[in-house]
Design a protein around this ligand. Structure first.
Ligand SMILES: Nc1ncnc2c1ncn2[C@@H]1O[C@H](COP(=O)(O)OP(=O)(O)OP(=O)(O)O)[C@@H](O)[C@H]1O
Length: 423
């Protein structure tokens, strides 16, 4: 394991106030690290100490096994680039010139811009998608565009390590994801070591392989998102009550703040309308959340234990008829599924694939011609039939015999269709 950056017991004070109280860190080459922590915990100060923007009071910082203090500023700029918190540029240069500034550490005093400089600037403009902005003045750009340009300038330095201080703090969620996707790409494809300070626990949990949680100038916890983002750690450090679930799309922790007022409020009222879902393989996980959130009473079955839909349903406390995986659904499970269907006002059949194991989930619908049903039809049944046309046959029979079916091609219409049936 190659260590790119190491800090040994670094301490730093502003005036007489000690802000960093002895930070020990070892950052692996090629890692993607998130530094998190409450306001004033010392995150920016740590970043500045690691980049020699501020000189440590005591302790040492090593970059690539060499003392940071032994690097000249030009040498350091070829190894490490910093994207500061405030990316306002005081002069109104155009984007190309700003990015070209990243090449200064490589240019001799009177030599001007070389072919190689141009090649590298073009390369970073491409990866940061800033080529189309190259003639624009920096002050004409949106916050997200400006941030990409500043990252491009940092990349033009061709560093081994990129330090960023809250790179997405003023961006909307779309730009936030765009910046983190870019960082992820640079980390994976360019093998860039990335250290970013952030307030966004969910974004860092999603993207960073290691989180460092600072509290009052000390490392409170460090490790994977699962290790660091626990309800206890957050309560202790942020003094906040949170709910931590697993993000169903990434399996990373996902944090929801529980507002204080909620502690005194009754749980959200549930609607009377009951929906039974037949799904599997993660085909329902997105809409289960949505329906639960809207207050519908949900049940689901028959689902294999461990299936992605099963996990989401279980997290939300949805009533489930569950079955062990890899064997056919049993009569008893079918019976229990029917009991839930009978109690429901609507059945939703997602666009799940059918095999021997779960064909009973489709067959069961033939017994409920009188019950309203929404069948996802965006994915043709032939493509989901793994039992030589048997599923297709049942599907066609259903469509012929049952007048209570709404076929739904466009999943985004699900809620409006349910509302129609509800009224
Ligand atoms: N230039 C300065 N002079 C004096 N004190 C400072 C200076 N910069 C920061 N501080 C203080 O140092 C402490 C740590 O600040 P720092 O910016 O490192 O925290 P942070 O964790 O990055 O905070 P935030 O999340 O609010 O950005 C704070 O109490 C802050 O007021």
């Amino acid at each position: 394991m190659k260590i790119m950056l190491q800090t040994d017991k670094i301490k730093f004070s502003y005036n007489q106030e000690e802000i960093l109280k002895g930070i020990d860190l070892q950052i692996k080459s090629g890692s993607f690290i998130g530094i998190i922590g409450p306001n004033a915990s010392g995150k920016s100060t740590l970043l500045k100490n690691m980049s020699k923007t501020l000189q440590v009071d005591s302790g040492t910082v090593y970059l690539n096994h060499k003392l940071l203090n032994d690097y000249s500023s030009l040498e350091l700029a070829r190894k490490m680039a910093v994207v500061p918190q405030n990316t306002e540029v005081s002069f109104n240069f155009n984007v190309y010139d700003i990015i070209m500034m990243g090449r200064h550490p490589y240019q001799k005093r009177w030599s001007g811009i070389s072919k190689n400089d141009k090649k590298i600037v073009n390369e970073v403009m491409e990866v940061t998608d800033t080529f189309k902005l190259r003639s624009k003045l920096i002050k004409e750009l949106s916050g997200g565009e400006r941030q990409r340009v500043i990252i491009a300038r940092a990349l033009a330095q061709k560093p081994n390590v990129l330090l960023l201080d809250e790179p997405t703090s003023s961006l909307d969620i779309n730009y936030q994801a765009e910046i983190y996707d870019l960082l992820n790409y640079l980390n994976q494809k360019w093998d860039l070591t990335i250290i970013t300070v952030s307030h966004d626990l969910n974004l860092t949990a999603q993207y960073c392989e290691q989180l460092i949680l600072l509290n009052e100038g000390e490392i409170f916890a460090s490790g994977s998102a699962e290790e660091v983002l626990t309800e206890e750690n957050i309560r202790e450090v942020y003094k906040a009550e949170v709910l931590i679930k697993s993000n169903p799309l990434s399996d990373k922790p996902f944090i929801t703040l529980i507002p204080e007022v909620n502690k005194f409020k009754k749980k959200k009222e549930k609607k009377e309308f009951k929906i039974h879902i037949i799904a599997g393989g993660g085909t329902a996980k997105k809409f289960i959340y949505k329906l639960d959130n809207l207050g519908y009473r949900l049940s689901i079955g028959v689902l294999n234990i461990g299936d992605a839909d099963w996990q989401v349903a279980r997290e939300l406390g949805v009533e489930i008829v569950e079955a062990p995986p890899f064997i056919d659904i049993s009569d008893n499970e079918i019976k229990r599924n029917k009991e839930l269907i009978e109690k429901s006002d609507l059945i939703i059949l997602s666009d799940l694939p059918f095999g021997h194991g779960n064909i009973a989930n489709l067959e069961v619908l033939l017994d409920y011609a009188n019950k309203p049903k929404i069948l996802f039809s965006n994915l043709n049944i032939e493509k989901r039939d793994y039992i030589k046309g048997k599923a297709e046959k049942i599907w066609n029979k259903l469509l012929e015999e049952d007048d209570n079916i709404v076929l739904l091609n466009d999943k985004s219409q699900l809620i409006s269709e349910i509302k129609k049936l509800e009224n």
